[in-house]
Design a protein around this ligand. Structure first.
Ligand code: ZN
Length: 545
């Protein structure tokens, strides 16, 4: 990917002009000219801890900054959209309104009652799978929104693998927002298309058109190359090396080359837009999704994830070196939107009592049994195996109360269920104030509960239950649980010349935004965010509370 990044950079054109607001404040004296915030989709703290000693490229550099190995996406709904919504708003999903990747809105007039977190369902003809990308559902401003409101000339740019990551990290007031739409890099903004986006798309199309030979694994990865059969399928994972046929777009997306392409586009935009080259600080948000696609399709414990992380480490290292050569004064923060867990089949080989979810736990199945028992018609319950479960809004109030009681009892009686909380219970639960490593299950659920969007019930599964009953080629392992393998993520801060520091205390991803705001000199109103400024990080002077 090194050649790819360099070619794009050399080919870039002069900066695009962007409209700016009036000056309202001055950046902090020590503010970097360019702040880069990176999210590695599904990079659990467990994976970071395991690989940190051997990743000496981009991760190695950031590991010599301030390292919090006990960062938390503290909420229960550990999915991509809620997780990304916390990083640059400083708000937990209960306040960003992004309670899941997809929730159910039974008041919609369209036949599809599912709502995608980054869609605008008011657009006629749209559905949760064929939608117009929009920040409509995100409550609260991002750091980039606030930066542009604070300093004339500041630019806010997001480049990501997934559209929802770009929306949740970028917010509403952006100069460029680019994400992979399944075939190419695309944008929902009506701004002029930068030359680097056109070139990135041409380069990626050329890459996808050619068959790719298997990657050569370093010894540490080949030592993990043991095939493990996935139950209920005729396939095994563990020894893959990412070879792919010409034209295999989904294979490209679930390979290390995908992150390289996103970083190449980001590097191109840094040069073309002259990010970090004037007095007003700029923000570049990057979300890299290949780790997530690799984790979902192949699990986290095999040769494939090892190859992915080594490749990502090298590409991040190349990206930072390009920035070094440009002479830009930059700082980096890196975290993840959630963690993840390996396939249960491989976990069992290591003695972990892991299982796949019982198909009988599907909301449709539980609902069918309740409807039969209470002699009711219709689906009664809507939802998946866990998380937000909704009562059919067509139920009469008396039936609704009966169904709710039956559903709570049915879920509680199931051996794979850890906890069931009703919306009433969650509304009455205070948001926790203790460290995120000490939260109870209901507190974790409360942190991603919004009474207007969340379920009538929130169901949490037991530890080591993978909520995939029938694995597929792209979906064998996942995240989404309230357990620390899905909640705990690394949070790293780096700036050239800083003294390395490892910090063991448990912090939250919502602490990132107020910390970076203090570094930049962006004012944050007291009480407007859930996070706190982290004293002593990057030499930042936190404002007095
Ligand atoms: Zn994710």
């Amino acid at each position: 990917m090194r050649k790819f990044v360099t070619t794009l950079l050399l080919a870039c054109l002069p900066a695009a002009a962007c409209a700016q607001p009036a000056v309202q404040a001055r950046p902090a004296p020590a503010a970097p000219r360019l702040l880069i915030v990176i999210s590695i989709d599904q990079l659990s703290a467990d994976l970071f801890d395991e690989y940190r000693p051997v990743l000496l490229g981009g991760f190695g550099r950031l590991s010599r900054g301030t390292v919090f190995r006990n960062g938390y996406q503290s909420h229960a709904a550990s999915e991509t959209c809620p997780g990304h919504s916390t990083i640059l708003t400083g708000l937990r999903p209960a306040r960003t309104g992004i309670v899941a990747n997809v929730w159910i809105d039974q008041s919609l007039t369209r036949s599809d009652k599912s709502v995608y977190c980054a869609e605008d369902e008011r657009v006629s003809g749209s559905s949760s799978t064929a939608y117009t990308v929009s920040p409509l559902h995100l409550t609260g401003a991002t750091l980039g929104d606030k930066l542009k409101g604070s300093f004339a000339g500041s630019l806010n740019v997001a480049v990501t693998g997934k559209d929802r990551s770009a929306v949740m990290m970028g917010g509403r007031n952006l100069d460029q927002r680019w994400y992979w739409d399944g075939k190419r890099f695309a944008t929902d903004l009506r701004s002029t298309v930068p030359a680097s986006a056109t070139r990135a798309n041409a380069a990626v199309a050329a890459l996808i058109a050619i068959a790719q030979p298997p990657l050569q694994p370093p010894e540490i990865c080949s030592a993990k190359a043991r095939p493990v059969a996935i139950e209920g399928t005729d396939r095994s994972v563990g020894d893959g090396r990412f070879e792919r046929a010409a034209g295999d777009v989904s294979g490209f997306r679930a390979s290390p080359a995908f992150d390289g392409a996103v970083l190449a586009l980001a590097a191109g935009l840094v040069q073309e837009m002259k990010l970090g080259q004037d007095a007003a600080p700029d923000l570049l948000s990057i979300s890299l999704a290949a780790t997530d696609y690799v984790g979902h399709g192949l699990g986290t414990g095999g040769q494939e994830m090892c190859l992915q992380l080594f490749s990502l480490d090298r590409d991040l290292g190349d990206f930072f070196r390009l920035l070094d050569r440009s002479g830009i004064d930059y700082a980096v923060a890196l975290t993840a939107d959630h963690g993840g867990q390996d396939i249960p089949e491989r976990l069992r080989l290591q003695g972990v009592a892991a299982s796949r979810v019982d198909p009988a736990l599907a909301a449709a199945e539980i609902g069918k049994a309740i409807a039969a028992k209470l002699k009711l018609n219709g689906p009664v319950l809507l939802g998946d195996f866990f998380g937000d479960i909704y009562l059919d809004r067509a139920l009469k109030p008396a039936d609704r109360a009966r169904v709710l009681r039956e559903a709570v009892a049915a879920y509680r009686a199931h051996p794979q269920v850890e906890g069931v909380f009703t919306a009433d219970q969650l509304v009455r639960t205070a948001l926790p104030t203790a460290g995120p490593d000490r939260w109870s299950m209901i507190e974790r659920a409360r942190a991603s509960f919004d009474p207007g969007r969340s379920g009538d019930l929130v169901v949490l599964l037991r530890r080591n239950v993978t909520p995939i009953a029938k694995p597929s080629r792209t979906f064998t392992a996942t995240h989404g649980s309230p357990w620390d393998y899905d909640r705990r993520v690394p949070i790293l801060f780096w700036r050239p010349g800083m003294t390395p520091a490892d910090r063991e205390e448990a912090i939250e991803t919502v602490d990132i935004m107020p910390t970076l705001a203090a570094m930049l000199g962006v004012p944050i109103q007291s009480g407007s965010v859930d996070g706190k400024c982290l004293a002593g990080v990057l030499g930042i002077a936190c404002p007095s509370p």
